[in-house]
Design a protein around this ligand. Sequence first.
Ligand SMILES: NC(=O)c1ccc[n+]([C@@H]2O[C@H](COP(=O)([O-])OP(=O)(O)OC[C@H]3O[C@@H](n4cnc5c(N)ncnc54)[C@H](O)[C@@H]3O)[C@@H](O)[C@H]2O)c1
Length: 389
Amino acid sequence: MAEIGVGLVGYKFMGRAHSNAYRQVARFFEVDPAPRMMALCGRDEAGVRAAAQQLGWEGYETDYHRLVARDDIGLVDVATPGNSHKEVVLAALAAGKHVLCEKPLANTLDEAREMLAAARAAGPGVVTMVNFNYRRVPAVQLAQRLIANGTLGEIRHWRAVYLQDWINDPEFPLVWRMKKELAGSGALGDIAAHILDLAHFIVGPVAEVVGTMNTFIKERPLEVASGGGSGLTAEAATEKGPVTVDDATTFLARFASGATGTFEATRLAPGRRNYNSFEVNGSNGSLVFNLERLNELRVFLADDPEGMQGFRTINVTEPAHPYTGAWWPAGHILGYEHTFVHAIKDLLDGIKAGTSPAPTFEDGFRCQAVLDAVERSVDSGSWEKPAEA
Ligand SMILES: NC(=O)c1ccc[n+]([C@@H]2O[C@H](COP(=O)([O-])OP(=O)(O)OC[C@H]3O[C@@H](n4cnc5c(N)ncnc54)[C@H](O)[C@@H]3O)[C@@H](O)[C@H]2O)c1
């Protein structure tokens, strides 16, 4: 079996999730090439050395330029905050490497456009993908299939929320996710981007949006220089600084298909730890997904016999379901980390076939264009259309 050397930039939350996926993928799926975990990259030598050892990497680099120049690395994986996506991705593409980039593709539409152009210019042999990993929850795949094969009939409504509460405490420090120059936006790019990508996957392109964005907690204690942790935890100093992104966003959407959509994303919903949920209503039925119960899909079919109608809960772990047959017997449930393994499996299949798997950089750009349209609509107070690539 062939191997492909992988270089991963960033080693905290997503770095750990991606490392786990590279370690597991060839143990459960037949992949060719199999990933070889050549080097982890980070700026702090002591930190990256320790992380490389813990996460199973053969070596490390402290400068991504050296990483992308290595002949033994064929795939570069970018798991850093959004402000560095463009520069690392462009350097990797210029060196002819395949690229996996964390979501959202970039911090601005202009950056996303440049990255898409570079991916197109790199040619069909260079495979690129954006890591909107929730597409690869088996229940989400089943939802998409039930809509694509017409089981739900004509799709009329998409209703999605992504609710978290990790910054509800006003004393939670000003980490990079609350700084526009590093994160691009707040709840919008961080979590609304996920439900928007799911909407694009399941319902199709969004044609128009109008929205709100709010920053309820306008300043926070500065972060004490962080050590370990996931980037979602940090220690607070006494001095304060301004929050320059949104805490919460809501928007209405019209899909190109004619369906209507609502989206709400906030990091200020006490008790909602990672509540990523959507409901779809079609002329012949409805379905409901909730990430906190990710093995399940709730489905209502209007043509069930009278007296027997109601939502059924499908445990999406049968061999007939996407990805699940490679893991455990039916009913032996999967978790968050499996979505990353599935993404890497599809990426490796794409590399073998010479085709970029979805979500492609086109998909990443389309998502960015809608995020940009939401921001414009907040300023204009009217409906805005996403830009074309
Ligand atoms: N797919 C998902 O479900 C998901 C979940 C969380 C985060 N993300 C995305 O993943 C990316 C990283 O987020 P995270 O939560 O892992 O953040 P994090 O803060 O936990 O980790 C970021 C890592 O990047 C490193 N880094 C920062 N700037 C760098 C630079 N210029 N060069 C090299 N290394 C640099 C940091 O030192 C750290 O190791 C973001 O784009 C985020 O939106 C995706």
